[in-house]
Design a binder for this molecule. Structure first.
Ligand code: ADP
Ligand code: ZN
Length: 228
């Protein structure tokens, strides 16, 4: 099962990804995480990336496409497919992704599109804290850690991403509407789009996604038995 996760910043893609990983054994590939790793390394590339990320702009297409191509070409034994989180974000990325996936014979089955309202998004992003060590995500009001500032999973420090401030969030939303929103249609045209409500509780989302995956398999079987 291969999926991509679409939706505006703060719609809950990260939370959905964590759930899909735990429940369906999918490999989680997040360009945001890959880019933050590169920035941590302090390389020349990392410094260039940082300028874009901290202002809420998109990193140039060729940089993220190269990262994704490398990641997807690695042997991922044990995982039952992948989910791409935060990629593609432009039409060019979507088209290049299709080329890469055709080449490696791992096409996308579903594009899961998380919708969420603006007030929900703002509340989520400004309260979001991330573990420096393991990447776990909490929310200071909706899903707080037991001890403030400390990760429940690993004891690492919880921090606020520099691009989770109100000013940068506004810019990210603007960039999303202009550059990323059009690719929802790209996947609708391929018949792969499934729309989910980002306002939903995590447990309910899990049920909805499980049903989408199961129904899909059933359809494949029917197709398989009537075709030849
Ligand atoms: P969120 O989903 O909360 O917006 P991400 O962690 O996915 O955050 O991305 C953080 C930042 O990394 C983006 O604002 C952008 O600057 C950069 N980025 C991530 N993925 C891409 C991509 N596919 N193309 C260009 N820039 C990206
Ligand atoms: Zn942690």
């Amino acid at each position: 099962m291969n999926t991509i996760l679409l939706g505006p910043p703060g719609a809950g893609k990260g939370t959905l990804a964590a759930m899909l990983k735990d429940n369906f054994g999918l490999l989680h590939i997040s360009t945001g995480d890959l880019l933050r790793d590169e920035m941590k390394g302090g390389t020349e590339l990392g410094k260039t990336i940082k300028k874009y990320v901290e202002s809420g702009e998109l990193v140039p297409d060729q940089v993220v496409i190269a990262m994704i191509e490398k990641k997807l070409s690695e042997k991922n034994s044990g995982s039952k497919g992948y989910m791409l989180d935060g990629f593609p974000r432009t039409t060019v990325q979507a088209q290049d992704l299709d080329k890469i996936l055709t080449k490696i014979g791992q096409p996308i089955d579903y594009a899961l599109y998380m919708e969420a309202s603006l007030p929900v998004i703002l509340q989520r992003l400004t309260g979001r804290r991330v573990c420096r060590k393991c990447g776990a995500i909490v929310h200071i009001k909706n899903r707080p850690s037991k001890v403030a500032g400390v990760c429940d999973v690993c004891g690492g420090e919880l921090y606020q991403r520099p691009d989770d401030t109100e000013e940068t969030i506004k810019n990210r939303m603007h960039v999303y509407a202009e550059k990323t929103a059009p690719i929802v249609d790209y996947y609708a045209k391929q018949g792969k789009l499934e729309t989910l409500s980002g306002d939903e509780e995590t447990e309910d989302l899990l049920k909805i996604v499980a049903k989408i995956f199961n129904d899909g398999q059933r359809t494949d079987k029917i197709k398989g038995s009537t075709g030849h």
